[in-house]
Ligand binder design. Sequence first.
Ligand code: B16
Ligand code: MG
Length: 222
Amino acid sequence: MIFKPQAIIFDLDGVITDTAHLHFLAWRQVADEIGIEIDEAFNASLKGISRGESLQRILQYGGKAGAFSPEACAQLAERKNRLYVHSLRQLTVNSVLPGIRELLMTLREQQIPVGLASVSLNAPAILHALDLSSYFDFCADAALITRSKPDPEIFLAACAGLGVDPRQCIGIEDAQAGIEAINACGMLSVGIGTRLNEAGLQLPATEFLTWPCLSAFWQHDK
Ligand code: B16
Ligand code: MG
């Protein structure tokens, strides 16, 4: 008898498509305008971190923590988002990371519910641009989340929306904060990339993320 997880919950940026570079370009421009220089290495530390908190980390990095009023911070975050949303126009169905569309199709065939746990407020628009919306049974609403990853809130919201027990689910993430969030809710964690501590299973890239691989992981660890 093969046991299956009750659901698979995906992160978006870095797992389904790679928008990290677009986030970087938008943040770099805004940071530059207030005299802070950031690079791709620093940007990697913002993976899975909400927009508002990303701005606070940039200000801290540039030695300007507390230099802007809440209203000015809101304007900076809004400016970054306008730049970012504009850049999302370049996303097409070909922007899905290798193997992901095939995996989502197989999960449909296997009748395994699929959820999304992205802290991006732009997630629904991105799924739509990638023509993947129909593969997701529930997308947690980032606007209702009060605590950024590594808090498990967004993953718990995705499980609640699907009506599944987190301890019977797999979560997939590319960020350390996301792996910690998955583990904190008792889900099995799959990490995409390198240098992810505590991932139950670590794969170097999405092309290795297949249903046989996830199924074998589940049989082995449950
Ligand atoms: P937005 P994920 C996260 O997406 C990104 O990794 C992070 O860099 C970004 O700041 C955050 O979404 C918020 O995005 O500004 O579009 O609301 O990894 O949780 O899918
Ligand atoms: Mg991510």
